[in-house]
Design a protein around this ligand. Structure first.
Ligand code: FAD
Length: 369
């Protein structure tokens, strides 16, 4: 064990490797409800080459490695089930390029959602990336590798669909590039070669450690608004989503239900986020959204909820801080994801199955087109 510690120290520097129980304590658990599993070492590499050297060492000694981004996935995926190394990638957090013309950002794998958001707001205010409602320290890589979703997912798909390319350290220590970056200096898309990203997306870091990635950027509208449509019958939700999707006006649709606060109990809500570059465009979009659901309003089985300004402000936040406040089990809150990736038509069935278990504080499903 001491020999491994020495070798790891030589690769990343002694201050970036630890086997101290008090430091391993935090790396043994995530904010979810799964029981803790302690790793033997935690390492924080600072370059693709350091990642490669650690992987070569682990391969030689047959030591398992668990890559870690923000550690916020809530499903226990970043716990070291068989001990070994937790590789914390947060030092790999450089924003390498923002290509305004070709609409992508190239970042190192430990770059957090908050870091890219802040960088774009400061240096490229006309552009944004799609942000999950996770706390801002969640990394782009960790989220994309679990097919995450966020504030532009309705129009542009899962976050894995917004990936333009990857640099990955394979278990053999070879470094692979996926996408246009493998054949050119540009990270503009996953074509033209066979798309091998599927070997890594949805594999939770078990097939390679991502060190760089490029994500698509989208226009950051100067005006943003949100509507909330409410019905009682969950069987109506798929048609409501379909109507809104056909309109192609919303940036994001989120169907949700919650036993708290009391006004929300027993109702299905669909949040409709949209943006515009002028007041006239915003009004036009609001009218189009309202017209698309007129049928339900005429039948008096659904309606738009008036949103007081503080509530609207909260709903327009990205990420929504109201969610993060009660997320951490270690601090007395907590919730678990039950795996809500499904076709829109299955929504009522999933809702009914979801409510037979003791209700958690909230549940939501983001609708991708
Ligand atoms: C309050 C709250 C709200 C949330 N809302 C959303 C939401 O709206 N949308 C959503 O999609 N998710 C949401 N989540 C879930 C989760 O936090 C996010 O998906 C988050 O982005 C995961 O990123 P992370 O950096 O924390 O990943 P981690 O938890 O660190 O890692 C996720 C997985 O990827 C692997 N991994 C991480 N980095 C690498 C790498 N560089 N190479 C290879 N494998 C790697 C890990 O081993 C693990 O299996 C939410 C979580 C909370 C707590």
């Amino acid at each position: 064990m001491e020999k491994i510690l020495e070798e790891l120290s030589r690769i990343v520097g002694p201050q970036y490797v630890s086997n101290h129980p008090e430091e391993l304590f935090i790396y043994a658990r995530d904010p979810g409800t799964m029981e803790a599993r302690r790793p033997d070492w935690v390492v924080l590499p600072d370059s693709t080459e350091e990642v490669r050297q650690v992987v070569l060492l682990a391969n030689r000694e047959k030591i398992p490695i668990v890559p870690l981004g923000g550690g916020l996935v809530l499903s226990g995926l970043t716990r070291a089930l068989k001990g070994g190394i937790v590789m914390d990638l947060k030092r790999l957090n450089r924003i390498l390029e923002v290509d305004e013309a070709n609409r992508y950002a190239l970042v190192e794998a430990g770059t957090s959602q908050g870091m890219l958001q802040a960088h774009l707001q400061k240096h490229h205010p006309r552009l944004k990336h799609s942000i999950p409602d996770a706390p801002p320290i969640a990394t782009l890589a960790g989220n994309i590798l679990i097919h995450g979703s966020g504030h532009l997912s309705h129009a542009a798909g899962f976050h894995s669909d917004m990936l333009n390319g990857l640099e990955v350290v394979l278990p053999t220590g070879e470094v692979a590039r996926i996408g246009s970056c493998s054949a050119s200096p540009y990270w503009f898309g996953r074509a033209p070669l066979p798309d091998l990203a599927g070997l890594f997306l949805g594999w939770f870091g078990t097939t390679g450690i991502v060190t760089k990635l490029a994500v698509k950027l989208f226009p950051n509208r100067s005006l943003n608004d949100v509507e909330m449509f409410v019905v009682e019958d969950p069987d109506l939700v798929p048609d409501i989503i379909r109507r809104l999707a056909d309109l192609q006006v919303a940036e994001d649709l989120t169907a949700w239900m919650a036993p708290k606060p009391d006004w929300a109990r027993g109702f299905q809500h669909v949040n409709i986020n949209y943006g515009a570059d002028s007041p006239a465009e915003l009004v036009w979009k609001q009218k189009a959204i309202r017209a698309s659901l007129q049928k339900y309003r005429d039948q008096k089985i659904g309606g738009f909820m008036p949103l007081p300004p503080p509530m609207k402000k909260g709903l327009l936040e990205t990420p929504q801080t109201s969610l993060t406040r009660f997320a951490d089990v270690r601090k007395g809150g907590g919730f678990e994801y039950v795996g809500g990736i499904m076709p829109v038509s299955c929504f009522p069935q999933a809702y009914r199955q979801g409510i037979v278990v003791p209700p958690g504080p909230a549940s939501s499903a983001r609708a991708t087109a």
